[in-house]
Design a protein around this ligand. Structure first.
Ligand SMILES: Cc1cc2nc3c(=O)[nH]c(=O)nc-3n(C[C@H](O)[C@H](O)[C@H](O)COP(=O)(O)OP(=O)(O)OC[C@H]3O[C@@H](n4cnc5c(N)ncnc54)[C@H](O)[C@@H]3O)c2cc1C
Length: 471
């Protein structure tokens, strides 16, 4: 029987374990360093609340075959919810997703006039797109939207000025990257013009992590060996065709080494390079040092009230506050319990090891209260508790020219025998959960009779490159 190791238990990992066992492709052992499955898409229970690592929703753009599996796995626990968020733009709140009537009523007039003038100017003469995040968006959307929305938001999300970021970040990450796309987005909220699923999302009753937990549970029922709190510490590639990969993992201070025929890796490429140690060529180590992921702190504030606001999420693109988004998980899942208590979850991007990353819960709680007061959202009562969680790899950072080191890493990982790197961290991609699942299904399909079909995988990779990230 083919022995397959899966590194990482996010959606890409647990989705792969499920698909490999469903197709009876071999014995599967999955290693996940955390106590929960789901990675960044996981959930945890705290003081009777189900909490996610930031605002997460399953988008209806999900591949219908995968959506059918998620529906079958979750049954009645998968809710179909309307989207109901708000963006703070020049001190005013506009509905998100954008709606024409709401824009007319609430959009700051100078912003509306400026954007309209920019659209007209662009029709007369479109500037050169250039190669940076700043130049691509400036050419397509003009000064007003860039300076008041995308540029300050980019600095907060990725930690670099828009001029230092790659134009690919704009093309991949900004779904309304032109006036035409923006107009289409606004019109998609109009009854009669609405595409199916527009303005809606799927969400499980017990938090977004219930999707990964259900995949993990089904994979285990199909015979996969899924190991939590088990960190992969070392990988030794096979020295010949007759040998397997040797993988060392650590759990509660105990290390174990096992042999596998194939490795399905979903852990960050940078972590993978470290785990391979001195077996990696210096130029690959150098390339791994040249790319990085933005980290994130989630600040959860418990309030002694039934509901803070009716909105599922608030977006804060402005430079005047540090947080980027605030969600109220109870609203997401239409939960009425716990009564007289609700939880807020704020997203605060940072870098691992910086002053924000090392701040105490008390300091982070105060920062959140300050940001909310400044945004006209004062707390209705003293918070009864603050807790935080940290994501070391929240977003890949596409610096201008990142393609060069990334392609060195990609070529290296693709050349490893009986090895595939995929998922958001494994392909350094800004992908959604449904994309990570699609990659997992494709990778499992490529393994047939103990042989990984790399040509078919490369064709899948071309398809993945066209993934459109949903917000
Ligand atoms: C704030 C935020 C909001 C988001 N909102 C949405 C949304 O609304 N909708 C959506 O579809 N997507 C959303 N996403 C994206 C979504 O979280 C990812 O697409 C998804 O989690 C990617 O899955 P993955 O398995 O590829 O990677 P991950 O979820 O990152 O999983 C990788 C796993 O590898 C494990 N790992 C790492 N190193 C090791 C090691 N050495 N040994 C063992 N295990 C290891 C990690 O612990 C982790 O569990 C959001 C992301 C963020 C950060």
């Amino acid at each position: 029987m083919t022995r397959i190791a899966i590194l990482g238990g996010g959606p890409a990992g647990v989705g792969g374990a499920y698909k490999l066992r469903l197709g009876d492709k071999g014995d599967v052992v999955l290693f996940e360093r955390n106590a929960h499955f789901g990675g960044n898409s996981g959930s945890f229970e705290h003081a009777e609340h189900w909490l996610d690592f930031g605002s997460h929703r399953l988008h209806p753009a999900c591949d219908p075959m995968i959506l059918a599996d998620v529906k079958e796995l979750l049954g009645d626990d998968l809710l179909d919810r309307p989207r109901h968020g708000r963006i703070r733009l020049l001190g005013k709140w506009v509905h998100f997703p954008l709606k024409p009537a709401d824009l007319l009523l609430h959009l700051d007039k100078s912003f509306a006039i400026g954007s309209f003038a920019d659209a007209v100017k662009k029709m007369v003469a479109k500037p050169d797109e250039g190669t940076t995040f700043a130049s691509v968006l400036y050419a397509n959307l003009g000064k007003t939207i860039c300076e008041h929305f995308y540029f300050p938001y980019a600095v907060k999300l990725w930690g670099h000025p828009p001029e230092a970021l790659s134009g690919i970040q704009a093309r991949k990450r900004v779904s309304a990257a032109s006036f035409l796309k923006l107009v289409r987005k606004v019109l998609s909220a109009v009854p009669g013009l609405k595409p199916p699923g527009s303005g809606r999302f799927f969400y499980p009753r017990q938090g977004f992590g219930q999707i990964s937990a259900a995949y993990a549970e089904r994979a285990e029922a199909l015979g996969a060996d899924l190991r939590r709190e088990t960190k992969v510490t070392e990988l030794v590639p096979p020295a010949s065709d007759a040998e397997g990969w040797r993988i060392t993992s650590e759990r509660n201070g105990t290390t174990e080494a096992q042999e596998f025929d194939h490795v399905f890796s979903t852990i960050p490429l940078t972590v993978l390079v470290r785990a391979m140690g001195e077996r990696v060529a210096p130029e690959v180590v150098e390339a791994a040092r040249a790319i990085d992921y933005r980290a994130m702190i989630l600040i959860y504030l418990e309030l002694p009230v039934d509901q803070f606001t009716e909105y599922d999420a608030h977006y804060f693109p402005g430079a005047d506050v540090a947080i980027t988004r605030l969600s109220e998980p109870k609203n997401y899942a239409a939960r009425s319990v716990p009564r007289e208590r609700t939880m807020l979850c704020a997203e605060l991007p940072c870098m691992r090891g910086d002053a924000t990353w090392n701040a105490t819960d008390e300091e982070l709680g105060k920062l959140l209260v300050r940001d909310l007061e400044h945004s006209g959202l004062p707390l209705p009562a003293e918070p009864v508790g603050v807790t935080t969680r940290r994501l070391p790899q929240a977003y890949p950072i596409y610096l201008e020219g990142y393609e060069a080191p990334y392609s060195v890493l990609d070529a290296w990982s693709s050349s490893l025998p009986r090895f595939v790197s995929y998922g958001r961290q494994g392909l350094f991609a800004h992908d959604n959960t449904h994309h990570a699942l699609a990659m997992a299904y494709a990778a499992a399909d490529c393994l047939e009779d103990g042989r990984f079909d790399r040509e078919t995988w490369d064709r899948h990779r071309e398809r993945f490159a066209k993934h459109v990230v949903e917000d």
